[in-house]
Design a protein around this ligand. Structure first.
Ligand code: ATP
Length: 219
């Protein structure tokens, strides 16, 4: 069986312990030897612009993952001009890694609940599996469970890890991660209000935010 590769996309504005636990717990659950963080360029479906620059978000990801050999970062979405499409990224990675390797795209249940709004979303399942971490603050999931996902996703959901890892793409598995109701928005708001963000994000990231005076104005 080819070793599966984890891919974790996000705005990471800034990266925080919720992201790092998600990547850690899903890597263990899905037996991923490597998880590549993919900071998003312009996430077209998110409307609001990012608050730190692409370069700053990339630096903060590097600071956060520097001590974990399992984690790496890929800045391809930041180097792309125009909107960021997960489809393009997955198609590139698939072409680079070959047709056999299981690609596992990691994301929170709030993000997966919106997947039907993503560019060429039905084709994403030809390229990768989806490992969905149930997020503590996802009220949609709390009220509806898997019904929070688009109906077309239903047949792809599996409880069988061997089935998922035995094929390169196409399956969806949920995972109840340690609840950590941390969000980048809350961190930005705390900084703006001069609150402490310690223990919400790794110290080097908090220090970078402080020394570069990030997030002090606007939300
Ligand atoms: P924002 O508050 O700006 O919306 P965010 O904290 O949700 O940001 P993103 O960079 O948008 O961070 O998230 C990247 C991915 O990480 C998404 O799939 C999201 O669901 C997931 N995620 C973010 N925070 C958590 C958390 N506390 N627990 C589990 N998953 C999370």
């Amino acid at each position: 069986m080819t070793s599966p590769l984890g891919l974790f996309g996000g705005t990471f504005d800034p990266i925080h312990f919720g992201h790092l636990r998600l990547a850690t717990e899903l890597a263990e659950a899905f037996k991923l030897e490597q998880v590549i963080f993919l900071p998003a360029g312009l996430p077209y479906h998110r409307g609001a612009a990012a608050h730190a620059t692409a370069e700053q978000r990339l630096t903060m990801v590097k600071l956060a993952i520097q001590r974990d050999a399992r984690f790496d970062v890929d800045d391809r979405e930041l180097r792309r001009s125009g909107p960021t499409y997960t489809y393009d990224t997955l198609a590139e990675v698939r072409a680079e890694r070959g047709p056999q390797v299981p690609l596992v795209f990691l994301l929170g249940s709030d993000a997966f609940g919106q997947i039907h709004t993503w560019h060429r979303w039905t084709e994403l399942f030809d390229l990768a599996h989806f490992a969905v971490a149930i997020r503590a603050d996802d009220t949609e999931w709390l009220s509806k469970g898997p019904g929070a996902f688009h109906a077309d996703v239903g047949p792809r959901v599996t409880l069988n890890l061997r089935e998922l890892l035995g094929s390169p793409a196409g399956k969806v598995m949920t995972f109840s991660m340690t609840p950590l109701a941390i969000a980048s928005t809350a961190i930005r708001n705390l900084v703006k209000d001069d609150g402490s963000i310690r223990y919400l994000t790794p110290d080097p990231v908090a220090e970078y935010i402080r020394s570069h005076k990030l997030y002090h104005s606007g939300t």
